[in-house]
Design a protein around this ligand. Structure first.
Ligand SMILES: Cc1ncc(COP(=O)(O)O)c(C=O)c1O
Length: 408
């Protein structure tokens, strides 16, 4: 019997109890109670416009200023180098398009990687349509960029190099400091003026965000990946860099991002970032232990599971595994029936499954890439949650393999 893609799973009729085993923290995170509580007064009592002059407005302004101090503290930057935006996507767009538009010359060359988030790749592609050029440096089969290969792509007209710190689908950590250092050396040798940007949206709370240690000129962050609010982001912009704002108007954020500040969310982001950073090191061993259990358990229990089990340069929180002969979307639905929330790298549309550009860049065949599932652990994940996945997943995959997809 042949049954179409995503609907294979309707055959799995094992409904779970109500508790959700949430293993999709790379997609978004639940807001921390402390963060929520800190935000609430800014909706109802301290609701003034930070640009106004009376004391009510001063309270709102104080909230934004304090959040800016908190972010600057975690990034080891100056407060006036922090720009609050509407999302991680907006931060990336501002870094790329804002830098391009702020230059005196039109056109030029950008270096980035083949595994960046679409919030980085798509703005670069938009610039390509306007006549800019881009090099997308590939990765090895573990998802790592070769720093030498990246840096050697520098040309005299290169003005921006952007490399993500942690990949959202596979969890690989890039050697950003080494990449930045080598890129600057190559730039010097060909008289290019290259700025280094990193998308650190998935790195916050997992890796140090010290912008001097990382040797970067711009960095993007997002509130909702760190147990803070959605719809707020940060762009760190090193002093002296000229950026044309994407949104112009009242000149807020030192002319870099107009629009009345989203005060409550900015306050929430500042608090969430400080809390994530303060827990970062103490969470490490627990995350690593749970991650190892999940990876080893999958390898032991499920034949033909394709996973990078060495994971030398990965954050423990993000685990990607592909299963031959099944589609990731079907596995997700099967897990959902069992109360487990995870995600896949492919998008299920009515007619086709598009394999993820990240998995293709690792060299995975498209048929395998569509069988991939991402588990992303968070601060609320427990050993029992891992045990539940290791019980549910083998059964889901086994059942799906008994009913091949109509596209096989
Ligand atoms: C690596 C990376 N960059 C950028 C973004 C976009 O962030 P936001 O959802 O705040 O626009 C995401 C979101 O998934 C991400 O994972």
């Amino acid at each position: 019997m042949r049954i179409s893609g995503c609907w294979q799973i309707l055959l799995i009729m094992n409904f779970s109890d109500d508790r959700i085993n949430y293993l999709d923290h790379a997609a978004t995170t639940p807001m921390r109670t402390e963060v929520f509580e800190k935000m609430v007064p800014y909706f109802t009592q301290k609701f003034g416009n930070p640009s106004s002059l009376y004391s009510l407005a001063g309270e709102a302004r104080y909230g934004v200023d304090e959040a800016r101090e908190q972010v600057a503290f975690v990034l080891n930057s100056r407060e006036n180098e922090i720009v609050f935006t509407g999302s991680g996507s907006e931060s990336n767009n501002t870094a790329i398009k804002g830098l391009a538009a702020g230059r005196e010359v039109h056109g030029g060359h950008i270096i980035t990687t083949a595994i960046e988030h679409h919030a980085l790749i798509h703005p670069v592609e938009q610039l390509e349509k306007l006549g800019y050029e881009a090099t997308y440096v590939g990765v090895d089969n573990t998802g790592r960029v070769d720093p030498e290969e990246f840096a050697s792509a520098v040309r005299p007209d290169t003005f921006l190099a952007s490399v993500m710190l942690v990949n959202n689908e596979i969890g690989t950590i890039q050697a950003v400091r080494e990449i930045a250092g080598l890129t600057r050396e190559y730039a010097m040798s060909c008289n290019a003026d290259v700025l280094i940007h990193t998308d650190a949206v998935q790195a916050a709370g997992k890796i140090s965000l010290d912008v001097d240690e990382l040797d970067v000129d711009m960095m993007s962050l997002s509130g909702h990946k760190i147990y803070g609010p959605k719809g707020v982001g940060v762009l760190f912009v090193r002093r002296g860099i000229v950026l044309e704002p994407l949104i112009s108007g009242g000149g807020q954020e030192r002319q870099r991002r107009s629009g009345t500040e989203n005060v409550a969310s900015i306050v929430g982001l500042g608090e969430a970032l400080v809390l994530s950073e303060s827990e970062r090191l103490s969470n490490r061993s627990k995350m690593q232990r749970m991650s190892d259990r999940l990876v080893n358990g999958i390898v032991e229990k499920i034949p033909d599971a394709v996973i990078d089990d060495k994971r030398l340069y990965h954050v423990p929180e993000i685990i990607n595994v592909a299963f031959r002969g099944v589609e990731g979307e079907s596995i997700l639905l099967g897990l959902d029936f069992k109360g487990i929330a995870a995600s896949s790298g492919s998008a299920c549309s009515s007619a086709s499954l598009e394999p993820s550009h990240v998995l293709l860049a690792l060299g995975q065949e498209p048929e395998l890439a569509v069988g991939s599932v991402r588990f992303s652990l968070g601060r609320d994940t427990t050993d029992e949650d891992i045990t539940d996945v290791l019980e549910a997943l083998p059964a889901v995959v086994k059942q799906l393999r008994m009913f091949p997809s109509s596209k096989d």
